[in-house]
Design a protein around this ligand. Structure first.
Ligand code: ZN
Ligand code: ZN
Length: 134
């Protein structure tokens, strides 16, 4: 159940958490949305169907999201055409995955703890603007 978070101060936005696709046609069953806690860049990890011989795939956006569009005024829209640099990775252990933007290990997170500071401006982030199910 992903959570959408937008910084009150600088409007940096991101979504974190796992959701499942409705169609598994391309062999992937869902994504875990991730954010780099150093830069705020949105990433996602695609999860392959266990019966298929596919690997995990990591994608990221080309820049951070600032004041993105909202869906129905509540959910943050992650623009489809902004995903880039798809690469195959061998693990879903976040500590072992290098961030696309800063190349560091262990900066990608799939949940935002209360009191987490905005990677962009350092303010304490508010509660999620939306938490969604698929
Ligand atoms: Zn901020
Ligand atoms: Zn990073």
């Amino acid at each position: 159940m992903p959570a959408d978070i937008e910084c009150t101060a600088c409007k940096l936005a991101f979504s974190v958490g796992t959701y499942h696709y409705h169609s598994f046609d391309d062999g992937y069953i869902g994504s875990t949305l991730l954010v780099c806690r150093k830069t705020g860049r949105q990433h996602r990890l695609e999860i392959p169907h266990p019966d298929r011989s596919l690997a995990f795939a990591l994608e990221s956006m080309s820049s951070v999201l600032i004041a993105p569009k909202r869906l129905a005024g509540t959910m943050i829209m992650l623009p489809d055409d902004d995903w880039a640099r798809r690469r195959i990775i061998s693990t879903r252990v976040l500590a072992d995955i290098a961030c696309d933007c800063c190349s560091e290990l262990g900066t990608l997170i799939d949940a935002a703890n209360p009191g987490m500071r905005c990677p962009n401006c350092g303010e304490i982030l508010p509660r999620p603007v939306a938490e969604w199910m698929t």
